[in-house]
Write a protein that binds this ligand. Structure first.
Ligand SMILES: NC(=O)c1ccc[n+]([C@@H]2O[C@H](COP(=O)([O-])OP(=O)(O)OC[C@H]3O[C@@H](n4cnc5c(N)ncnc54)[C@H](O)[C@@H]3O)[C@@H](O)[C@H]2O)c1
Length: 260
């Protein structure tokens, strides 16, 4: 895809799961990756996989629940490379409990990572991008849960709906600086987040497939493809949008009667 070669790209939460898939895919397009994660073992493994495939990557540790840590990460990358071209806000967590029982501290924990970190990382990156001739591109990983609301995930669903709004509202402010910001909303991808839901007895994949028209889960590579597109020059006129990569889930009403 045009406009990705040698672009300095930070992917948060790329030490595992979808973030790793996004980083691998962007490295294939020639991006220079900064793998930003709290888990340095996972981040190191992503770097190893990228380098083994001939790409360029380094790992940096960050706790995205702390705004000073976020600023240090983004400013540190700018100091090293003299530019920040692409930021992918990906790190997120899921906590599954009924809304009537949801504890305040768990609500704050989730929102700090799934929403507040996206906002402050975007802010820190945009402060550099607005000075750059070519601006920059930010992609936020949302979820099909931003529109398809499921039980026992209310703070998560709310955080993801807010991420779609975050991309829209910052696009309006930052278009004048040539900074584009969009969201990608994945359906189910088999990562630790989903494996945990299955282990808790809350996710049942066979039931979920009844309302997913393509009748399968998504791969991390498919999410990476959408991120590459939105970050690239191919999407030069697109900002403030949410692209659903969910096998049609967000377009489905009820399951077919024969499936019931
Ligand atoms: N897996 C799915 O089906 C699915 C579907 C839709 C959206 N998503 C979204 O995709 C994103 C990635 O999810 P995943 O399934 O790959 O999750 P995951 O649990 O496999 O990976 C999350 C990564 O974030 C890192 N992380 C956690 N807390 C952090 C912190 N405080 N600071 C820095 N890094 C931290 C973890 O170390 C890990 O590497 C999330 O935003 C999630 O909401 C996932």
């Amino acid at each position: 895809m045009r406009g990705l070669k040698d672009k300095v790209t930070i992917v948060t939460g790329a030490g595992n799961g979808i973030g790793r898939g996004i980083a691998l895919r962007m490295a294939q397009e020639g991006c220079k990756l900064v793998i930003a994660d709290i888990d340095m073992k996972g981040a190191g493994e992503t770097v190893r996989l990228i380098q083994e495939a001939g790409g360029t990557a380094e790992a940096r540790q960050v706790d995205l629940r702390k705004v000073p840590d976020i600023d240090a990460l983004i400013d540190g990358v700018y100091e090293t490379y003299g530019t920040i071209d692409i930021l992918v806000n990906n790190a997120g967590i899921q906590i599954r409990e009924w809304a009537t029982d949801f504890p305040e501290e768990k609500f704050d924990f989730l929102m700090d990572l799934n929403l507040k970190a996206y906002y402050f990382a975007s802010r820190a990156a945009a402060r550099h991008m607005k000075q750059q001739e070519n601006g920059g591109s930010i992609v936020c990983i949302s979820s099909a849960n931003s529109e398809c609301f499921t039980t026992r995930r209310s703070p998560y669903n709310i955080s993801k709906a807010a991420v779609n709004g975050l991309a829209g509202t910052l696009a309006v402010e930052w278009g004048r600086f040539n900074i584009r910001i969009n969201a990608v909303a994945p359906g189910y991808v088999m990562t630790d987040m989903v494996r945990q839901g299955i282990a808790e007895g809350i996710i049942d994949i066979d039931t979920n497939l009844k309302v997913i028209p393509m009748k399968r889960l998504l791969s991390t590579e498919e999410i990476g493809n959408a991120v590459c597109f939105l970050a690239s020059q191919e999407a030069s006129g697109i900002t403030g949008q949410t692209l659903f990569v969910d096998g049609g889930w967000s377009r489905c009403g009820l399951p077919e009667e024969k499936d019931l």
